[in-house]
Design a protein around this ligand. Structure first.
Ligand code: MF3
Ligand code: CO
Length: 252
C-alpha cells in the first residue's frame, strides 16, 4: 500500500524538503578544487544540525555518513573521505536526506568542480539529459497517471539523448521512513504499476551513465561505480502528488 499524506503531513514533508534543499545549496557552495569529500560531509552535518534536523542516511543499513558524494565514475553512495580531494573538472553527485518531526526529505544534485564550462561537451550533455529526465518524470507525478508513466518518461528522455539508465538502483516512496513503497525504477512501460493518487510522495532519482548501464559495487559495500569507468550523473527530488500537479518539496 502506498500511503497518501494529509495536507498537515505534506506541510511537514515540505519543511524537511526545504532543509535538504538548503543543505545541498551549502554543500554545493563549498565544492572547489582542493576540497575533500570529507570536508563536504562536515559542511552537510553542520548545516543539518543548525536547522534542528537529523541526518537520514547515517546509520541507515550501516551507512557511515550524512552525505553521499560520488565522483566521476562513481554512480551513487560514495562515502565521503579525506583521501578524495576534488580537482577542477570532477563531476560530483551530492545526495542528502534529513528527518524532522518524523518526516523525511531526500534530494540529490550533480555539480562540476570549477563549473560546467570546464567539462567536455559530452559530459555537459550527460548532466543536462539527466536533469531533463528528472523533470520529465516529475511532470508525470499527477493524480490519474501511473507509476510506469514516470519510469517511462525518464527512460525515454535518457535513451533519446544517447545515454543509459542504471537499473540496480531505484527511486522510492518517502514519508515517515526514508524508503517506502513503491520502488520507482528509471525504466518501464507507460500505464504500468499502481495508479497515482493525491497525497502520494515520491523520491524520483534518475542515475544515468555516459556509457554502458552496468554498475558494480566496490569492496566498501556501498560505492557503486560504472563497469566501463565512464562518467555518471544523479539528480533527485522529493515530490508530492497534488490536485494542482507535482509539488517539488525539495525546491523552494
Ligand atoms: N538517495 C539515496 C536513496 O534514497 C541515498 C541513500 S544512502 C543511504 O536511496 F545511506 F541512506 F542508504
Ligand atoms: Co532517495
Amino acid at each position: 500500500m502506498i500511503p497518501c499524506r494529509s495536507p498537515r503531513e505534506l506541510e511537514r514533508l515540505r519543511r524537511s524538503g526545504l532543509v535538504v534543499y538548503e543543505v545541498l545549496r551549502e554543500v554545493t557552495a563549498a565544492v572547489a578544487p582542493g576540497v575533500s569529500t570529507w570536508d563536504l560531509e562536515t559542511v552537510a552535518e553542520r548545516a543539518i544540525q543548525e536547522r534542528g534536523a537529523t541526518p537520514a542516511f547515517r546509520g541507515y543499513r550501516g551507512y557511515p555518513c550524512v552525505l553521499c558524494a560520488s565522483v566521476n565514475e562513481e554512480v551513487v553512495h560514495g562515502i565521503p573521505t579525506r583521501k578524495r580531494v576534488l580537482r577542477s573538472g570532477d563531476v560530483v553527485s551530492l545526495d542528502c536526506g534529513v528527518v524532522m518531526d518524523g518526516y523525511y526529505g531526500d534530494s540529490a544534485t550533480t555539480v562540476v568542480v570549477g563549473g560546467e564550462a570546464e567539462l567536455p561537451p559530452a559530459v555537459q550533455r550527460l548532466l543536462a539529459a539527466t536533469r531533463e529526465s528528472l523533470a520529465a518524470g516529475i511532470a508525470c507525478a499527477r493524480p490519474g497517471k501511473f507509476l510506469g508513466d514516470i519510469s517511462h518518461a525518464v527512460q525515454r528522455h535518457v535513451e533519446a539523448s544517447g545515454f543509459s539508465v542504471v537499473r540496480e538502483f531505484v527511486g522510492h516512496g518517502i514519508g515517515t521512513h526514508l524508503h517506502e513503497e513503491p520502488q520507482i525504477p528509471n525504466y518501464g512501460a507507460p500505464g504500468a504499476g499502481p495508479k497515482l493518487r493525491e497525497g502520494m510522495v515520491l523520491a524520483i532519482e534518475p542515475m544515468v551513465n555516459q556509457g554502458s548501464a552496468e554498475v558494480r559495487v566496490l569492496g566498501d559495500g556501498w560505492t557503486a561505480v560504472t563497469a566501463d569507468g565512464g562518467c555518471s550523473a544523479h539528480y533527485e527530488h522529493t515530490v508530492a502528488i497534488t490536485k494542482e500537479g507535482p509539488w517539488i518539496l525539495t525546491q523552494p
